[in-house]
Design a protein around this ligand. Structure first.
Ligand SMILES: [Zn+2]
Length: 126
């Protein structure tokens, strides 16, 4: 039930990425290497190629979602549960249907992110 709502709001990985791009870049991608806004989208990879320095990058690089195998929708759902409802890893595992180890890892990541980048995290709170 909890997950249905988030998958309705963000049906695909691409929808999640779009949401992150609005938060981080106001929808205009900026190269993390040279700060150029001249880029070529690589839609299949959901990444960008910098036309200035040739670096390829995505909005999730250096974020808490970097290299995650968990659906971004589950991360988005987990943030308010952890920050606002203060649920445990064990409870989170049930809510978002991941293993307890994965849930505990996410709890740690999200709590650190909330300390270091509260503004970013605030975009996911209800
Ligand atoms: Zn660049």
């Amino acid at each position: 039930m909890y997950l249905n709502r988030i998958y309705k709001k963000y049906p695909t990985q691409k929808d999640c990425i779009k949401h992150l791009e609005v938060i981080k870049w106001n929808s205009v991608p900026v190269c993390p290497c040279c700060q150029s806004k001249r880029q070529t989208p690589m839609p299949r990879e959901l990444r960008y190629h910098c036309n200035n320095c040739q670096y390829s990058y995505s909005v999730i690089a250096k974020s808490i979602f970097h290299k995650t195998k968990v659906d971004l929708q589950k991360w988005f759902a987990a943030i308010p549960l952890i920050i606002q409802n203060n649920i445990s890893g064990r409870q989170l595992a049930k809510y978002i249907e991941v293993t307890k180890d994965t849930a505990c890892f996410m709890v740690q990541k999200i709590k650190i992110a909330n300390r270091e980048q509260p503004e970013f995290i605030s975009h996911f709170l209800n």
